[in-house]
Design a protein around this ligand. Sequence first.
Ligand code: NAG
Ligand code: NAG
Ligand code: NAG
Ligand code: NAG
Length: 230
Amino acid sequence: MSRSFSMKLCVGSLLTVVSTVCASVPSLEAPACSVGKGTVQYDKSVPDKASFPKTQVDICYDDTSIHATFTAFEEINYYFNESQTTNDAIWAYEVMEWFIYHGTNDPQTYLEFEVSPNNVTFQAWIYNRSKVRATGAPMDTSFLTQPLVDGLTAETTLDKEAQTWVSAAKIPLGLFNVDDGQAKGTSWRMNFFRTVVSPDTFPDQLLGAWSPTNESNFHMTPFFGHVEFI
Ligand SMILES: *[C@@H]1O[C@H](CO)[C@@H](O)[C@H](O)[C@H]1NC(C)=O
Ligand SMILES: *[C@@H]1O[C@H](CO)[C@@H](O)[C@H](O)[C@H]1NC(C)=O
Ligand SMILES: *[C@@H]1O[C@H](CO)[C@@H](O)[C@H](O)[C@H]1NC(C)=O
Ligand SMILES: CC(=O)N[C@H]1CO[C@H](CO)[C@@H](O)[C@@H]1O
């Protein structure tokens, strides 16, 4: 129940056509969870598109939430900091990240959700005025402080024999002003990321993305893929 196709992302001025750069951003259709799911896989690093451990994301929606299941294949490190808890800087270690915006344009404000192999979550609104985290432009973070009360949850399973970790996350539609039962037909911009790092390589991370950014920076919204809830 998934489909991937390309849409054009063009950057540059009409007056300087020579410098115009076009890149592809991927698209995904995701159905109601009662029907199926939309699936994407990626295995390329950011920004150099070298090989990266295979990663899968399955997306669907129900009456109240968006569901995403993140599957990390070829995992060897399972590296997290056990002293960290909700909304700490878990992104410095190994995480799955999900950037979400309800709409079709390149957003300045979006939700950043992360989960680590020990099931700790990070959830915050990001205001990224430049859309690419440009030097000197405002970039602010507003944490959601009661994720379990709000309905942002994760269930995480590690299988070291199989070299996988799986986190099944839920995010309420209401955070994006989509009322209960109204998700069908809505359009979204999203990107999915994974970080890979071990105690030996810390703090240098290997980064991977569904829609690869052109810098070692996930906060570049022109690269967000298109997601349609069908
Ligand atoms: C883990 O996090 C704590 C709290 O932020 C920090 O003091 C400590 O240095 C971190 N440990 C490692 C191994 O990075
Ligand atoms: C992970 O955290 C969620 C809340 O987000 C909790 O319901 C669950 O029991 C935790 N444990 C595992 C192993 O997923
Ligand atoms: C990456 O893309 C952004 C926006 O699409 C652009 O502004 C930036 O110059 C590009 N960076 C590099 C290193 O090509
Ligand atoms: C709060 C925050 O992350 N600010 C950053 C905004 O982006 C600039 C440029 O990348 C950084 O220097 C800031 O630390």
